[in-house]
Structures are given as C-alpha cells and as structure tokens.
Design a protein around this ligand. Structure first.
Ligand SMILES: Nc1ncnc2c1ncn2[C@@H]1O[C@H](COP(=O)(O)OP(=O)(O)OP(=O)(O)O)[C@@H](O)[C@H]1O
Ligand SMILES: [Mg+2]
Length: 249
C-alpha cells in the first residue's frame, strides 16, 4: 500500500489565551493529492498548517509526515509552507538571495544553489525579478517569489496559506495555472472557492477547530445547507443558471 504523505491523528491545540483552536483533527493525504482547506475566518486553518510544519506543538494527537512523526521545532525539508503574508517570508536584499536562502541552509554547493534558484524562479515565472529587491515587488510578484523560495528546497509537500490573497485577475490566473501543473502534493487554504474547484481533487471543510466535511470539492460545495451552516456560500459556478453564461464567447 502507498505510504501517505501526511497523517494527522486526533490533533488538538490551544493558544495560551485561546483554547480549543484545533479539536480532534484527523486527516490523511496521499502522495500527489491536491487538497483544499476551506472554512470561515478563525476556523483554525493557519494554526493547523503551523502544527503540520512543526512550528506549533499540539496539546494532543500526532502528525506523521512521509512515515516519520513531526516533532516541534525540528525542521523537515520534505514540507514547505507559503505564508499568508509574503512579507513574513521575504527578507533578503535581492530576490535571488531570498530564493537561495533555503538551499544554502541545506548545505548545497554554490553551483547547486544557483541552479535551484534559476529553476524555481523559472517555474513560477519570476526569473526576471531575480535582481530586484523583494520589498520593491508588487503583492503578486512577492507571492510568486515566496513560492519559488519554497520550491527551491524541493519539498515533497507544500502547504499554501491563502496564496491568492491580494492577487489581481492575471496574477490569480497565473497562480492557478502554476498549481494545476505543479508536481508536489499540496494542501491549500483559501477563501477563493472557485480556485479550490479549479485546482483541488479533494476539499476539507473546517469550522471552530473541527473538520466538518472531507470529500469531492464539487459535491461538498454543492451542499448549500452545509456551506451556509459554516459561514460559506455555494460557489457561483455551481449554481444552475437560467441563462448560461459560463463558457460564452
Ligand atoms: N498567536 C495566537 N494567539 C492566540 N490566538 C490565536 C493566535 N493565532 C490565532 N489565534 C486564534 O485562533 C483561532 C484560529 O486562527 P487561525 O489563524 O488558525 O484561523 P484561520 O482559519 O486561518 O482564519 P483566516 O481564514 O482568517 O486566515 C482564531 O480564533 C484566532 O483568533
Ligand atoms: Mg489563516
């Protein structure tokens, strides 16, 4: 049987001043799966991601990544996280240095680091930004550079936290195309349900720290009562139209 990429079992987490942020969360992701994580503000999506990456220590439960338990504070190169705010991720004087930071810390040679920087900036369509300072880039450009920085580590799994926040239509479309062709297993938290429909094979719905649905994105999001009970709406593209306008010339 195929080894799962990620197994989260009965995970619970409280912040010192906010309890029960994650409550008995169990989730399994197979290699190659693209899973969307949806849910209202404060549902616990970012907290779950930080626990999966070993940044937060759960109060109970277990996280196993590619067959090995995740322990708090221990860096696991198999997983990379793209943060909700790119400014939390980019801090070097040039884009090239920022993307090189991770591979350098893996102890790679100068040549290998340079090759990875070029490769990941090319993959994300951001090679022309290599010599620009990250703090001069637009929001969409920063996003693609922070994705490049994660990909340069060659993680087997990537967690994307709201990667389309503040992107314009063209940048959002570029991100969708990039995600559709990406080879890594991924988990993506997003309020953009249409994006989740376009890029994910499965969706997990979270509310108040619990997983309340886990299944096919279209079927789950077509359940208007379920969506509304958890502060969401059935996406426009799944609502039958009197006058079809999707796919019009
Ligand atoms: N550092 C923290 N200390 C205390 N409480 C926190 C902290 N970070 C988040 N919380 C609380 O934990 C809950 C879950 O927050 P989290 O950021 O995981 O939600 P989310 O699902 O990612 O929301 P959003 O859709 O707004 O990004 C919220 O009630 C939030 O106020
Ligand atoms: Mg969040």
């Amino acid at each position: 049987m195929q080894q799962p990429a990620l197994v989260v079992s009965d995970l619970s987490f409280s912040y010192p001043d906010k309890s029960d942020v994650l409550r008995d969360v169990s989730l399994e992701i197979l290699p190659g799966e693209r899973v969307g994580l949806i849910g209202p503000n404060g549902a616990g999506k970012t907290t779950l991601f930080l626990a999966i990456c070993g940044v937060l220590k759960p109060n109970a439960g277990e996280i196993v990544l590619f067959g090995k338990p995740v322990t708090n504070g221990n860096f696991r190169p198999e997983i990379g996280m793209v943060f909700q705010n790119s400014d939390d991720q980019l801090f070097c004087p040039s884009t090239r240095d920022d993307v090189a930071f991770g591979p350098q810390n893996l102890g790679l040679s100068k040549e290998d680091v340079a090759a990875r920087v070029t490769e990941s900036l090319t993959t994300t369509g951001a090679l022309e930004l290599a010599d620009r300072p990250p703090h001069h880039l637009s929001g969409g450009e920063k996003r693609m550079v922070s994705i490049a920085g994660v990909l340069a580590m060659r993680p087997r799994m990537v967690v994307y936290d709201e990667p389309n926040a503040s992107l314009d239509i063209r940048s959002r479309r570029r991100l969708i195309r990039f995600l559709q062709t990406s080879h890594e297993t991924f988990l993506i938290a997003s309020h953009d349900l249409e994006l989740v429909l376009e890029v994910c094979d499965r969706v997990v719905l979270m509310d108040e720290g619990r997983i309340v649905a886990n299944g096919n994105p279209r079927e789950t999001m077509c359940d208007a009562a379920l969506m509304e009970a958890h502060g969401l709406e059935k996406p426009h593209s799944l609502i039958p139209h009197m006058e079809p306008h999707h796919g019009c010339a």
